[in-house]
Design a binder for this molecule. Structure first.
Ligand code: GDP
Ligand code: MG
Length: 174
């Protein structure tokens, strides 16, 4: 049966290279994960359709094309985005320290009402953690962002992260 789509929401993934953006997307869109994922080549997005309050919502999730260098992500990438996932790796301090830059870039390019979630990925590597949950929580609160820690490897909180953003967008447009 043909599925009627009520909404299409564009979501962008941003954050340093190797934090797990492509694997988060792979987990969410196809329930797949790979430990030796190659650096993403070419701008691409994947979609998944979900039902929110009896409406079908197609999430169109964009992944960076290995353009994670500062200011290398083009404005076309952000255009039309209604949600963003700002991802760092809980085992890489630098990836968290760069979050304010990513946020600044996002706010410079995207719609001012964009829904943003801060994501601390790789929470399965607890023994290698260098970014305390509290630090990220505090930052998110100060900047008015949603916040979750995820593991694309184990799949924990990945579904919740995407649905948090999608439901918030849904509530804004309804
Ligand atoms: P991207 O550059 O941000 O797109 O990062 P990738 O998705 O390509 O992931 C970079 C590396 O981290 C790959 O080797 C992944 O397998 C690994 N990785 C991604 N997510 C996780 C996770 O949640 N836990 C662990 N342990 N490794 C992960
Ligand atoms: Mg990637």
């Amino acid at each position: 049966m043909d599925q009627k789509i009520d909404y299409v929401f564009k979501i962008v993934l941003i954050g340093d290279s190797a934090v797990g953006k492509s694997q988060m997307l792979s987990r969410f869109a196809r329930n797949e994960f790979s430990l030796d994922s190659k650096a993403t080549i070419g701008v691409e997005f994947q979609t998944r359709t979900l039902v929110i309050q009896h409406k079908s919502v197609k999430a169109q999730i964009w992944d960076t094309a290995g353009q994670e260098r500062y200011r290398a992500v083009t404005s076309a990438y952000y255009r039309g985005a209604v949600g963003a996932m700002l991802v760092y790796d809980i085992t890489k301090r630098q990836s968290f320290d760069h979050i304010p830059r990513w946020l600044e870039e996002l706010r410079g390019h995207a719609d001012k009402n964009i829904v943003i979630i801060l994501i601390g990925n790789k929470c399965d590597l607890e023994s290698q953690r260098v970014v305390p949950t509290e630090d990220a929580k505090e930052f998110a609160q100060k900047e008015g962002l949603f916040f979750l820690e995820t593991s694309a490897l184990e799949g924990s909180n990945v579904e919740t992260a995407f649905s948090t953003v999608l439901t918030e967008i849904f509530n804004i447009v309804n």
